[in-house]
Ligand binder design. Sequence first.
Ligand code: AHM
Ligand code: MG
Length: 336
Amino acid sequence: MKQKTLSQYLVEQQRRDPAITTEIRSLIETVARACKAIAHCVSKGALGGVLGSLESENVQGEVQKKLDVISNDILLGANEWGGQLAAMASEEMDTIHRIPHSYPRGDYLLLFDPLDGSSNIDVNVSIGTIFSVLRAPLDAEGRDIEEADFLQPGKKQVAAGYAVYGPQSLLVLTLGSGVVGFTLDREQGSWVLTQADMRIPEDTAEFAINMSNMRHWEPPVKHYIDDCLAGENGPLHKNYNMRWVASMVADVHRIMTRGGIFMYPRDERPSGKKGKLRLMYEANPMSFLVEQAGGLAIDGDERILEVQPTGLHQRIGVILGSKNEVERVLRYHQED
Ligand code: AHM
Ligand code: MG
């Protein structure tokens, strides 16, 4: 059977759907090329001198790993010059990165978490990259892009995806009509289509949550997990299994493959930070992918894709995965 590459897939999508512009097509190809370069760095590990931490902290006060910064630089360098973008934003940068005036300016905005699952870098567990594409507002034409131009609800995304650097390197993508997956063929140096239509099973008996935060959870989440733990003799009448990789890309990819529910809920921890994950770089792109695969994503009370962002680095509770299970957790929030 002839293999289909990412480039072929994108050309076919462009012929089928006029909304997929040449700019979008080359933007996705460029991001995928950057992910290939990051996969290469990741796989070198200690031999490439890429493990360990730096002295620096990012804007959220987290110590940066070398690979956080290397991956950020790869994505910036790859996407700066091609003429598809007006600006970029990253979990690892204090503010937005405007395309320098020496390059042509495009219509799109790119957001990314360059290296997701940073705590797993040094222990050789799957990590990844998450990205989201928005259109720059029409009224931004003729003036500099501002942070406020990025603050669009997730339902406005025109594309989103993630790469997982694990036993295989994978790229999972949506352009707004379903979700497809590619595997990196290292000999050929190309992303090859291996999952033509990813669908999340609607029901599940597998949850993913960091149980060590239980004392900080809001009552509906605690109530739901208590009911899961009660097993088949409890109110949910089934035995649940638990998985927690601590790399969102890996946990979400498992759910994309065999279903499940992922939760990093907002909580009441003393730091005052409401949960951990970031709306613009993690929650929005993953919610778009999950919903395009037939799942659902909420912050507890509402669809994440409807949330109007108020800050580039804002955090949000995330509950996503198999549709019927996420709806069940939504009911716990409405009734408790
Ligand atoms: P990061 O972007 O700094 O790596 O943080 C996000 C990660 C997610 O991938 C993962 O779901 C979560 O943090 C794990 O957090 P914890 O270590 O609290 O379980
Ligand atoms: Mg992350």
